[in-house]
Design a protein around this ligand. Structure first.
Ligand code: SF4
Length: 486
């Protein structure tokens, strides 16, 4: 079986025995928990669309490992066309869900691990890439969701992993034997981790020669002994626990982030893809970050499409649609959103083949793309709030609208253009609220700022990759300054 249906995905989660905590309690049925289920629905869309003929070309690919038709989220990129299709697929899913659909971290992680393990094997004669590809073949065959687990807690940021008072603040190997390794630590901000079948652990930073215990890449089932998930809160998330549907804004979908704790978890050798080769950890982080920074060009422009559509709709319902300044604000939103997308597409077209056969995006353009993403969604959100008006944050609850006495009065006084029911206005304002200040803002804004690295990380890369000496040489030559060209 290579392409699971949405129902098969939900069933497969139900068969897993994960330890999940939310609001201070361990829960059994996390699949149907009202605060977790929207994020599961978002991932389930990646399965649903893979069976729709009109989306097959984008959502599926031919496996380079087995020749089978597989979900693109489990694919090793074999061409620039694959890289472009990935970004288009992400825009499509952003448009469908209006949120983070969580499955890209694993996908980008596979490609980074493939490139780096191949290099380690070539340099050191190890067999990490062979083991990794065997693992990935099974992921493709079973159509699994894999959480790419990279971000360590990091403790005191002035200190490297081996200098921390508490060594577990960076996930590390605490034991090795003939059968495998034991790891301990935690990973933060784990997008969609609770909804995953597997976790693929990677180091979070470049490491020193003396920090071999922190240089570990391995994969483990998400319900392995010793793994604990703690669900991360989001603004307005408990609206999911209320009756009704309008006040949540995004009726079906949401994202989630979790803290994942590894309490002495055993990993057999066949699932270990890096063990102590700290000289490669910085490169792995950089390649993964490059892929994921490009991914934002797809998903965030897709969510941006939803927000632009919501802004246009609310203007129509309120009767401001034809005002010049509203039209201009919508145009500005489109300009910013398409600039985000252009970055994702450009970095993909400029991709190159690596020695493992897997294609890598253009790192400079990927960092430009992500740096735009740390700003433009905030401006798009500001414009959406401007167009929406104050009712965005002063509107009474769905229960008030349902009340026998005040409900009809609210519908009368909050009506806009008479051809549209007041409820349209109510629903679309809640959607804008969700994406710009509610639970959805975690995906659209905070994730845009910090996901795949905060803005400073991209600025450092721009300085490193932009070849300033060459630019200076260009200027000197044109200005007639006699200086050796570099
Ligand atoms: Fe995918 Fe975007 Fe979510 Fe990352 S932030 S997992 S690229 S949807």
């Amino acid at each position: 079986m290579s392409l699971k249906t949405k129902e098969e995905y939900l069933d497969s989660l139900r068969h897993m025995k994960k330890r999940v905590f939310i609001f201070g309690e361990e829960i059994e049925d996390y699949v149907d928990h009202p605060m977790i289920r929207p994020s599961i629905n978002a991932i389930a869309s990646t399965y649903e669309l893979s069976h729709q003929p009109e989306h097959k070309e984008l959502i599926t690919a031919k496996s380079s490992l087995t020749g089978e038709r597989i979900n693109r989220f489990t694919h090793l990129f074999q061409s620039t066309d694959d890289l472009v299709k990935k970004v288009k697929m992400q825009r499509l899913l952003g448009q469908r869900t209006g949120t983070c659909f969580q499955r890209c971290v694993g996908m980008d992680g596979f490609n980074a691990v493939d490139i780096v393990t191949y290099k380690i094997d070539q340099d050191l004669g190890t067999e990490y890439n062979t083991k990794f590809r065997r693992f990935l073949e099974n992921v493709q065959l079973e159509d699994l969701v894999v959480d790419g687990a990279m971000t360590d807690p990091k403790g005191d940021r002035r200190l490297s992993p081996s200098e921390q008072n508490e060594l577990d603040l960076y996930l590390r190997i605490v034991d090795r034997n003939d059968d495998g390794i034991t790891i301990r630590g935690a990973k933060l901000h784990q997008t969609g981790a609770i909804n995953s079948h597997e976790l693929m652990v990677m180091p979070t930073r470049a490491l020193k020669e003396s920090e071999q215990d922190f240089a570990v890449v391995c994969a483990l089932p998400a319900d392995a002994n010793g793994i604990i998930f703690v669900f991360g809160r989001q603004a307005s998330d408990s609206r999911r626990l209320e009756e009704g549907e309008i006040d949540v804004g995004n009726l079906q979908f949401g994202g989630h982030e979790a803290v994942v704790i590894f309490e002495d978890v055993f990993v057999p050798w066949e699932r270990v893809f890096m063990c102590g080769e700290c000289q490669y950890s910085g490169e792995l982080v950089e390649i993964f970050a490059g892929y994921h920074r490009a991914s934002y060009g797809g998903c965030k422009s897709g969510v941006g499409d939803v927000l632009i559509g919501a802004s246009q709709a609310v203007a129509r319902y309120q009767g401001t649609e034809t005002a010049y300044h509203i039209k201009d604000k919508i145009v500005e939103m489109i300009h910013l959103n398409e600039t985000i997308y252009a970055g994702g597409i450009a970095t993909s077209y400029e991709g190159k083949e690596t020695p493992s056969g897997t294609y890598m995006i253009d790192k400079l353009l990927a960092n430009v793309c992500k740096l735009n993403v740390t700003r433009f969604p905030y401006e798009i959100a500001r414009l959406a709030q401007d167009i929406a008006g104050g009712l965005l944050v002063t509107m009474p609850s769905e229960k008030d609208f349902a009340n026998e006495e005040v409900g009809p009065l609210l519908r009368k006084y909050l009506a806009g253009v008479k051809t549209y029911p007041t409820e349209y206005r109510q629903r679309i304002l809640r959607l804008i609220e969700n994406i710009t200040i509610g639970a959805g803002a975690v995906s659209y804004l905070a994730e845009s700022m910090h996901g795949a690295g905060s803005p400073m990380a991209q600025r450092i890369m721009l300085k490193r990759l932009a070849n300033l000496d060459q630019k200076e040489g260009l200027a000197n030559r044109i200005a007639g300054i006699q200086k050796e060209m570099k």
